[in-house]
Structure formats: structure tokens, C-alpha cells
Design a protein around this ligand. Structure first.
Ligand SMILES: [Zn+2]
Length: 180
């Protein structure tokens, strides 16, 4: 994937944000969040956090209401939806400083620990043996320019499942939405 394509996709994401500009302007927290990420185009690429990183685990942190909060939690609540108490925001990309909403998934604290454990031990592609796609995965797949085959490898599923998603035979309701 060349730089040109990357640039084009970055513009697409920025355009999607611009369409939501009114909403973003009405929320200073959205502005602060977006001013601290580096927006890049490819779905597999992380949005690095340019703000404060927690010393120990290098998690992205954002000051809200006078205290440092985990930026991924704030990002989830801003761009995806509310979190229940006890739910954690985990990273598909296993990069604690990444703040790209489509790289987040939500789990319990136990899931978070298990996820970390699993990712530490197993090679890429076998990370999710159950191969169960989440809504976030599907959003990433729909926004991706990669081939069915390479996406199938990334998500450890059969290429026919990627094809089904792209041809609206599965997860139809997500087609109309914008992927961040
Ligand atoms: Zn990431």
C-alpha cells in the first residue's frame, strides 16, 4: 500500500470527522481528544497519542475534570457508546498508546488480562482462536482496502466470511455507518 493510498484514506477519515464537525465543536472533549491523536489512513495503522502516556504501561491518558483518565475509555464513550462499570477498553492492536476507536474492543477486567496474556504468547493470526468477529472488527473490515485473503489472515477467519461481510450478506446494518 503506497503513500498515496494512505494519504487518500487519511483524507477520507478527516472528511468523515469534518461532516461531524458540529457535533465535535459542541464537545470540547472531542476536540481535545482529536488534537492529541495523529490520524493516519490505513485501518491497520494505529493513531498514536501525542498527549500524556502513563509511565508504567504506556497507556494514553487524558485529563478530564481535573484527573487523568484512560484516553481509550474516553474515546470509546465519545465515538462508540457508554461503558458499564467493570468494563474495560482493550486494544485489538495490543498497543496501549493507540487511540484509534476502531482498534478498541470492550471486555471485562478479566478479558483484559486474558487478552494481554494471550497476545503475549501467541503469534499474530492465532490470537483469536474462536475467530468470532466483533462489531468493531466488521467496521474495520468494511473500511479496509485490503484483500479478502489478507483480512482473513488478520482476523483468523475464512476469506468467505470477509466476502460475505463485503457483499452485505452479513452485518448489513453496519454498512451505512462511517468508520473512524
Ligand atoms: Zn491501534
Amino acid at each position: 500500500m503506497g503513500n498515496k493510498t494512505n494519504h487518500k484514506r487519511a483524507n477520507k477519515v478527516k472528511a468523515a470527522l469534518a461532516r461531524n464537525a458540529k457535533w465535535a465543536q459542541a464537545h470540547p472533549l472531542v476536540q481535545r481528544y482529536l488534537s492529541r491523536v495523529t490520524i493516519v489512513g490505513l485501518d491497520t495503522e494505529c493513531w498514536p497519542w501525542t498527549g500524556v502516556l502513563q509511565a508504567k504501561e504506556k497507556r494514553a491518558m487524558l485529563n478530564t475534570g481535573g484527573r487523568q483518565a484512560v484516553a481509550a475509555r474516553i474515546g470509546w464513550e465519545l465515538f462508540i457508546g457508554p461503558l458499564a462499570s467493570g468494563e474495560c477498553v482493550c486494544h485489538h492492536c495490543d498497543n496501549p498508546s493507540c487511540c484509534r476507536p476502531s482498534h478498541f474492543f470492550v471486555g471485562s477486567h478479566k478479558d483484559n488480562m486474558r487478552d494481554r496474556d494471550r497476545k503475549g504468547r501467541q503469534p499474530l493470526g492465532e490470537q483469536r482462536p474462536s475467530a468470532k468477529l466483533t462489531e468493531i472488527d466488521v467496521r474495520s473490515i468494511l473500511g479496509s482496502a485490503q484483500s479478502n485473503k489478507s483480512l482473513a489472515e488478520i482476523y483468523a477467519v475464512d476469506p468467505s466470511r470477509i466476502s460475505a461481510i463485503r457483499h452485505r450478506r452479513a452485518w448489513r446494518h453496519l454498512h451505512e455507518e462511517t468508520t473512524l
